[in-house]
Design a protein around this ligand. Sequence first.
Ligand code: FES
Ligand code: FES
Length: 211
Amino acid sequence: MTDNTDSPTTSEFDRRSFILMAGAAGTAMVPLTARAAGTPAEAAAAPDASAPVNVTLRVNGASQSISIDPRTTLLDALREHIGLTGSKKGCDHGQCGACTVLIDGRRVVSCLTLALAAEGQQILTIEGLAKNGKLHPMQQAFIDQDAFQCGYCTPGQIVSAVACVTEGHANSDDNIREYMSGNICRCAAYPNIVAAVKQAAPAILSDQQKG
Ligand code: FES
Ligand code: FES
């Protein structure tokens, strides 16, 4: 009879060998993993996404040169860097229209537009509508028709309403409601807003035809 007490069986030897080999293999994996993640020096050399960049925006006919984080929205650039606080931040998610401005005549929600993407284009905000101390016809119509209560949505409503007219969508109450539906009014001044758009439309279309 053979005594195997002091010497490993073939199966024990194999198990120990496997564990040792696996351990060695695991150790060998460490530098490979570290290499995949990059050395500290490589990580330090990665570009800083928030490094300021210079941008010149054309707002209400004037050039505005600012230095901003490239991730800055047009709304924040207007409000925080240029000082035009007429455009409002309601939802900051593109859902309420309070931040509406025109870029080359087209409505955009400035909270979802990067300021850098607007460079070289004509930006029109609520502050750019009045001329020579005279209110824009749409501003006057909102006053005449009592088309606001708290007023928070109003700058976005007015800018959007101007585009609604110039786009040719102010030809019926239903169309006005449809094409103004991106602008939410918590005070529910909707009937008065429709009345204001109808009041201002002829004057705006007349100016548009004159060029
Ligand atoms: Fe931009 Fe609401 S703040 S859509
Ligand atoms: Fe108050 Fe429109 S007037 S949200």
